[in-house]
Design a protein around this ligand. Structure first.
Ligand code: SF4
Length: 497
């Protein structure tokens, strides 16, 4: 059911809702909405949307943009959360709309002039005159709730003819497109089980790398230059960027004499030499488990082996490790390559730390068949965090209808988690955060497996759970396959701050 104030708003939504739900006009203004809230059927736990026009409070929101409420406030200090806001916002963006997520304030009058700025200072993005009592009543009835407002007036363009007529048309069109998203949202509402894989999310190498940048910022003040993404996660990188880290692709973008942090994925010796030539002050955030593989590469190469490196072409860890002995190392990325590669003399192999265990084992087995005297690392190169996250996901994937992996597209270990779930026969999707969850994936999915790659912050996983809880009651079960207690010491350059 969509609760909407005016006939014009109901008209915008009618085409999308035909055959899928009903539009209930609640009338214009707080008094009518409060009365309508009293009439909402009790105990009707049906997905309820409040949709209509609204006024922007915050700058940067244009007529025709859509604001999705993260919570609805009443102006007297009370607020009702709308937990599935990110899911709806993502879907609206994919539908081509310009979308903002934040608090919406319900007031009892049209907001004009200086009052707009005063209300914006409270952090609310938009105002309306109906949502609060409706949302409160619907939630009390046990209904999942979402609130969207298509913006008509803004701080730059307040209500005034003929501007408002154009703005209303833009808002009306947006509302019409949003109707289809509301239907998709309602279709996936309902109770769910969430199976949380454990361990998941940050590993010791990632925590250390992030702490190194944070401490470097404290010690030296911004800017602190970081070569490549410190870890492969857009949220981590953006957060550090806002705190003063400057991410560069190569050292020639770093001013002479500045401090530069090397990322967790490790660097080739040529990069260290370059930094020294440029007089840069280096703090190395390479994960100690990557450094271990570099050491093995040097050892094998020094004794004259051809070193076959099982890894993904172009990944920074591969580039860095192969750079230890470029003349003696060869990259092998598949079983087919392992069967074809021609090598003479002594041969050894090493692996990228973030591979899928099953796939890497197959490649190593194929190499052993080809080269019976093949030497290998003293202990497995695939790191404890990669192995644990894959084992944990295997423990939930088979029982889930769909698996969500929180992580970025360039995160190797996150992508491997998707593959692990798919190998268990469960469809799996990699998302940077809740906004990237396609509502279609949740259709018919009453059990959702959830994990996160080693570079994804734990808070993002919690936000996914919160958003799923905005679709209906959620029962969360954690399946833990092992405990992790690994910690790495910080480099001396940032220790003791
Ligand atoms: S995934 Fe493994 S190798 Fe990579 S940073 Fe984490 S602990 Fe280190």
């Amino acid at each position: 059911v969509v609760l909407t104030p005016l006939r014009l708003e109901a008209w915008a939504l009618s085409a999308a809702l035909a055959g899928h739900g009903e539009t209930v006009r609640v009338g214009y203004g707080l008094r009518r909405a409060t009365a309508a809230a009293e009439r909402l059927p009790r105990g009707a736990d049906r997905p309820t949307a409040v949709a209509g026009f609204g006024g922007a409070l915050a700058p940067g929101i244009a007529a025709g943009d859509v604001v999705v409420a993260s919570e609805v406030r009443d102006g007297a200090g009370s607020a009702v959360p709308c937990p599935s806001a990110s899911l709806v916002a993502g879907e609206l963006r994919r539908a081509g709309l310009s979308v903002h997520v934040g608090p919406i304030l319900t007031v009892d009058r049209v907001v004009r002039g200086a009052e707009r700025g005063r209300l914006a200072a409270s952090g609310a993005l938009a105002v309306d005159m109906e949502s609060y009592p409706l949302v409160r009543a619907a939630q009390a009835a046990g209904s999942p709730v979402v609130v969207i407002r298509a913006i008509v007036d803004t701080p730059d363009r307040p209500l005034a003819r003929p501007v408002t007529a154009q703005a209303s048309l833009a808002a009306w069109r947006s509302l019409r497109r949003a109707g289809r998203v509301l239907v998709r949202w309602a279709q996936v509402a309902g109770p769910r089980r969430v199976l949380l894989a454990s361990p998941r999310s940050f590993c010791a190498g990632v925590e250390r790398a992030i702490e190194i940048v944070e401490r470097a910022l404290e010690l030296h003040g911004p800017p602190v230059y970081v070569r490549k993404q410190i870890v492969h996660n857009v949220h981590v990188v953006e957060d550090l960027r806002q705190r003063g880290a400057v991410f560069v692709d190569e050292l020639d973008q770093v001013p002479a004499g500045a401090t530069v942090v090397f990322s967790a994925h490790g660097v080739a010796p040529a990069v260290r030499d370059d930094a020294q030539r440029r007089g840069l002050s280096v703090i190395d955030a390479s994960c100690p488990l990557v450094v271990k593989v570099h050491n093995e590469a040097r050892r094998f190469a020094r004794r004259g082996d051809t070193v076959l490196f099982i890894g993904h072409p172009g990944h920074e860890e591969t580039v860095g490790t192969v750079g230890e002995a470029p003349d003696r190392m060869r990259l092998v990325s598949s079983v087919a390559q392992a069967r074809e590669i021609e090598v003479s003399g002594p041969v050894s192999y090493l692996m990228q730390t973030t591979l899928a265990v099953d796939e890497a084992t197959e490649i190593a087995d194929a190499l052993r068949e080809r080269f019976p005297s093949l030497d290998g690392p003293s202990s497995e190169d695939i790191c404890y965090a990669t192995t644990n996250r894959q084992d944990a996901l295997r423990a939930v994937a088979a029982d889930a209808d769909v698996v969500l992996v929180v992580g970025s597209q360039n995160s190797s270990n996150s992508k491997r988690l998707v593959e692990v779930a798919e190998r268990s026969g469960t469809p799996a999707f990699l998302v940077d955060d809740a906004t990237e969850i396609d509502l279609g994936w949740l259709r018919g999915a009453t059990t959702v497996g959830l994990t996160a790659g080693a570079s994804a912050p734990p808070a993002l996983v919690q936000r996914v759970v919160d958003n799923l809880a905005g679709l209906g009651p959620v029962e969360v079960t954690e399946r833990q396959v092992t405990e992790e207690s690994v910690r790495f010491t910080l480099p001396k350059e940032v220790r003791g701050t």
